[in-house]
Design a protein around this ligand. Structure first.
Ligand code: BT5
Length: 244
């Protein structure tokens, strides 16, 4: 990726000490706020994952939502999630942390989840891109086996404001790539950083399990699985993916 961003992301930043969920807050104000508005909170009392799951959001982490108003098609939503993941992976790189993208919506470091992304909304009006990144926050006991933070990886605290600044800058650059319709660049960057390609995975969606080898991410962002019954295209959505 090259070039500077458009300056859209973070033109307006709303900082809240506490909120239930930055995504919920952003959805409430989205119609009246400009493209690229960032809502960031010190802590969330009801941070959300996908499908009603809980996102642990104590003080010290980066909990933010970006209001995006691109003119696009519904099938472009996965690409917005990907630009979030790419921007986070780039940001971690700036802090000396090598990160991978776990399709569809996680960023992982050393085999553990450091960030989750949640996109909500309708492209005809807006999309709220929620990003939760563990920075200096404690990881709850029950998640310690599967989650990590920048502090845990670096062995020291990272300056939260600096992480936010770099992330906004990276998001802005990737959003420009998206707005210019250079989707191929987004998908190939995801492929390059993908943790899943070449591995045996189990995909679970609405109780249905599929096991196979992840062989590609196609141009629409769908995961291509090679199963015993042939190739299957798994669309982006509320899909859980585990390594087997
Ligand atoms: C996600 O959901 O990974 C999307 C998380 C999005 C959070 C951001 S924070 C700002 C914005 N406002 C919100 O309210 N949400 C967004 P999912 O793929 O469903 O993963 C949820 C699962 O991740 C949980 O069931 C836990 O197992 C695990 N988890 C919860 N909190 C975590 C944390 N802080 N770090 C790592 N893993 C966590």
């Amino acid at each position: 990726m090259s070039g500077l961003g458009s300056g859209i992301i973070g033109r307006k930043i709303i900082h809240l000490p506490e909120v239930d969920s930055t995504n919920e807050y952003a959805k409430l104000i989205a119609l009246n706020e400009p493209d690229g508005t960032v809502v960031v909170a010190d802590r969330q009392t009801a941070g959300k994952g996908r499908k009603g799951r809980t996102w642990a959001s104590p003080e010290g982490g980066l909990w933010m939502s970006v209001i995006l108003k691109p003119r696009g098609r519904p099938e472009d939503i996965p690409k917005l999630v990907f630009i979030g993941a790419l921007a986070v992976a780039d940001t971690l790189g700036e802090f000396g942390i090598e990160a991978d993208i776990k399709w569809p919506n996680d960023v992982w470091v050393n085999g553990k989840k450091i960030c989750g992304i949640l996109a909500e909304g309708r492209l005809s009006q807006f999309v709220v891109l929620g990003i939760g990144l563990n920075v200096n926050n404690e990881i709850p006991e029950e998640l310690k086996g599967m989650a990590t933070s920048m502090k845990a990886v670096l062995g020291r605290r990272a300056e939260l404001d600096e992480v936010l600044r770099v992330l906004i800058e990276r998001l802005d650059r990737w959003y420009t790539v998206f707005l210019e319709g250079r989707y191929g660049e987004i998908i190939s960057a995801v492929r390059e950083r993908s943790l899943v390609l070449g591995r045996e995975v189990k995909v679970i969606e609405e109780g249905i399990e599929l096991v196979g080898k992840a062989v590609d991410i196609d141009d629409d962002g769908a995961l291509i699985l090679e199963t015993s019954g042939g190739r299957v295209r798994v669309l982006y959505g509320d899909v859980s993916l585990r390594f087997v």
